[in-house]
Design a protein around this ligand. Structure first.
Ligand SMILES: Cc1cc2nc3c(=O)[nH]c(=O)nc-3n(C[C@H](O)[C@H](O)[C@H](O)COP(=O)(O)OP(=O)(O)OC[C@H]3O[C@@H](n4cnc5c(N)ncnc54)[C@H](O)[C@@H]3O)c2cc1C
Ligand code: SF4
Length: 333
């Protein structure tokens, strides 16, 4: 691993000032915030990330889960994934988030991993993690070997001719279904970004993954007030039962009254280049009887427009079955 300077600011403002020295907050950043380190340190060992400065944010006062005045919840950036998953308010009111967190990684990793770090975790595309290979995301303009190569685990939604990497997070999928808002403190002040706008599609600039600018620190994430009477399910399908990323996953938050779905929020994981909220599936569900036919129509709608590669066409049907099953479980729970 290369050498780097390590700083430990005592306030968010001080952290922002140091990080603002970087020319970018995207791939190639000279300054990086260090949270749990479970993504960043791995990538530094692989020389995929080579920051000159690490800004340790673990001492900042960003580690609380609190109620907001509107009845929602505020989750600090450095709240550990395990603490969040087992928080009584999250387990009771935002069960889909607790389930998604517990479906990710391992108990040891969840004890280190943080809310903001999870939000910003990088793709597991093997070419991205191997500096001997070209990769548009790591080195813009060098090409995307995954398109003609090993792409079984990669995305079928939101891809471009420049990158087909999957957003690997489970937490992000639940956050998308819960309509989370990401709060950022930067050199120009604070701002709030809806989770749907936070991650970017690869397009022609796959090295740019989020809207973050130099110095931007994610301070917390808020969730709107819980939907009374909603049924929530996160279902993750993967090659082995634990310690594995999703091939396809579904987060659903539905409300059923008298057998009819009156509200639906649906997001998919493992298949999109960003956490994939599906308004198409949601519209197909609302007003329909909660049964196998309407679930399948919604799943078809969610995956319409999917673009398979040589090895991952199976994900389209897998994602449809994943969503159908998640909806069935939610409707009957
Ligand atoms: C073996 C293994 C298996 C895994 N399996 C899964 C899985 O099944 N599902 C899953 O979802 N995840 C999985 N993960 C990923 C894991 O969830 C992430 O590594 C973790 O959530 C990252 O959080 P962190 O706090 O360690 O981030 P860090 O590594 O500290 O940071 C990650 C990135 O976020 C930036 N960052 C951190 N905090 C902030 C902030 N407040 N503001 C701005 N930028 C910030 C850092 O600079 C860095 O670029 C796995 C990881 C490993 C190593
Ligand atoms: S899919 Fe994206 S991350 Fe993977 S090799 Fe292609 S450009 Fe790189």
């Amino acid at each position: 691993m290369h050498t780097f300077e390590f700083v430990r600011p005592d306030s968010p403002a001080a952290a922002v000032t140091v990080a603002a020295q970087s020319k970018t907050a995207q791939q190639g950043a000279e300054v990086r915030f260090l949270a749990g380190g479970t993504t960043l340190l791995d990538l530094m060992k692989l020389n995929v990330e080579t920051p000159a400065k690490l800004v340790d944010i673990n001492r900042l006062p960003l580690d609380k889960v609190e109620r907001t005045p509107d009845g929602g919840v505020k989750i600090g950036a450095t709240v550990r994934n395990s603490d969040l998953a087992y928080h009584p308010v999250i387990q009771r009111d935002y069960a889909v988030l607790s389930q998604a967190l517990l479906a990710g990684a391992s108990a040891q990793l969840r004890n280190m991993a943080t809310t903001a770090g999870n939000l910003l975790q990088r793709t597991r595309c093997m070419y991205f993690r191997d500096t001997a290979m070209p990769c548009n995301k790591r080195e813009p303009g060098t090409g995307c070997p995954a398109i003609a190569g090993s792409n079984r685990t990669l995305a079928v939604l939101g891809t471009s001719e420049h990158c087909i990497a999957t957003n690997p997070s489970d937490m992000n999928v639940a956050m998308a279904a819960l309509e989370a808002t990401v709060h950022v403190q930067g050199p120009k002040g604070t701002r709030a970004v809806s989770i749907g706008d936070f991650h970017l599609l690869p397009g022609g600039t796959p090295q740019r993954e989020t809207v973050l600018e130099p110095g931007d620190l994610v301070t917390h994430v808020t969730l709107p007030p819980p939907i009374a009477g909603s049924n929530q399910v996160y279902l993750k399908l993967r090659d082995r039962a634990s310690y594995e990323f999703a091939l396809a996953s579904a987060a659903v938050v539905i409300t059923v009254a008298g057998g009819t779905m009156t509200r639906a929020r649906v997001a998919l994981g493992g298949v999109g280049t960003k956490p994939w909220r599906s308004p198409e599936a949601e519209s197909a569900l609302v007003g329909q009887i909660a049964n196998a036919t309407s679930f399948r129509h919604a799943a078809d709608a969610a995956m319409r427009g999917a673009t398979p590669q040589s090895e991952n066409a199976f994900k389209i049907e897998l994602a449809k079955r994943c969503l159908t099953h998640a909806l069935h479980t939610a409707a009957t729970s």
